[in-house]
Design a protein around this ligand. Structure first.
Ligand code: ATP
Ligand code: MG
Length: 293
């Protein structure tokens, strides 16, 4: 299927020369007329494949998979997570939404709460926002950094570079210990974000989704885009790639994300565990006993 091949276009696995402006939020790979009418079926088959692979992942109990979602407000994180993970066994998935750190969390380094949320072997963990906020919202609003209780001498102009390094090392550690890491930036345009905010304001059933702080963050749009660009440029790697997913068209966002998750699971070469000779004999014995009842 074409969609598998096109994945490459959105995958960033080395950050050198990464420019956000090279990525169009409205991009549909020129497949709008071809793919959109069958988007539902394609997503359904992606979800089915994902569900099959998740079963093997759990059976094998070696690898875990961490999916990270970052985006501006209204880019579709929640909906994408909901649709892409709709067919998977809830026992094998955990979703964590990271909000501003609590007083207890601020008593520790920023990876402390992350560690506690990591998926176990055989599971898929989804981070709805993540430690990447530490180089996004914290960077755009320096007063947040001031509230982090870091010793003054440690807060220098190198802090963002240092955080990128620590994040890269952390992700290296994760992947070396059997947790694959795939990161998604849902790339929405400023125009489409406005349209979605207006829709939330105009539709009573969507009013609850609207938060006036979202409009305040929108005022820092350019600062955020710069922070995202720098972040992806410094933290994209072969072992923990970013997908910069066009997010102006929800059907396309979901297709790309589901395919990328399938691709990550396929890359693990998962197989159902084979039973040994001794275990096979035990199975034969169990069969004999059941038959004899
Ligand atoms: P929705 O899209 O449904 O509104 P959300 O992810 O925006 O979901 P909110 O409760 O609206 O959820 O926002 C969470 C807030 O927590 C965001 O503004 C985010 O920037 C902030 N946040 C997350 N992690 C950190 C962090 N490490 N430091 C400071 N703020 C953080
Ligand atoms: Mg929000």
């Amino acid at each position: 299927m074409k969609i598998e091949k096109m994945l490459k276009r959105y995958r960033v696995d080395h950050g050198q020369h990464f420019r956000l402006k090279d990525h169009d939020p409205a991009d549909t790979h020129g497949l709008e007329s071809e793919l959109k009418p069958q988007a539902k079926e394609l997503l359904a088959s992606g979800v089915q494949e994902l569900s099959r692979l998740q079963d093997v992942l759990a059976a094998q109990d070696g690898w875990g998979l961490l999916l990270i979602f970052q985006a501006m407000d209204a880019a579709g994180k929640d909906g994408t997570i909901k649709h892409v993970m709709s067919g998977v066994n809830p026992q094998g998935v955990q979703v964590w939404s990271f909000k501003a750190p609590s007083a207890e969390e601020l008593q520790h380094g920023y990876l402390w709460r992350t560690m506690k949320a990591m998926p176990e072997r055989g599971h898929i963990g989804i981070f709805n926002r993540s430690y990447y906020e530490e180089v996004l919202v914290v960077r755009v609003h320096p007063q947040i950094l001031e509230s982090q209780k870091l010793p003054k001498s440690l807060v220098t102009k190198h802090i963002w570079q240092e955080r990128f390094e620590d994040i890269n090392n952390f992700e290296r550690y994760l992947t070396r210990n059997g947790t694959a890491v795939v990161k998604f930036f849902l790339h929405v345009s400023k125009k489409e974000q406005k349209r979605r905010f207006m829709e939330r304001l105009d539709t009573p059933d969507k009013n609850w989704k609207f938060s006036s702080s979202d409009v305040k963050e929108r005022q820092c749009w350019d600062e955020y885009q710069e922070a995202y660009e720098d972040m992806i440029g410094h933290t994209a790697s072969e072992h923990a790639p970013w997908y910069v997913v066009p997010a102006d068209n929800k059907w396309f966002t979901r297709l790309v994300v589901s395919q990328a998750v399938v691709d990550a699971l396929k890359g693990m070469n998962l197989k159902y565990p084979k039973v040994s000779g001794v275990e096979r004999a035990a199975l034969a014995e169990a069969r004999r006993q059941l038959k004899g009842e």
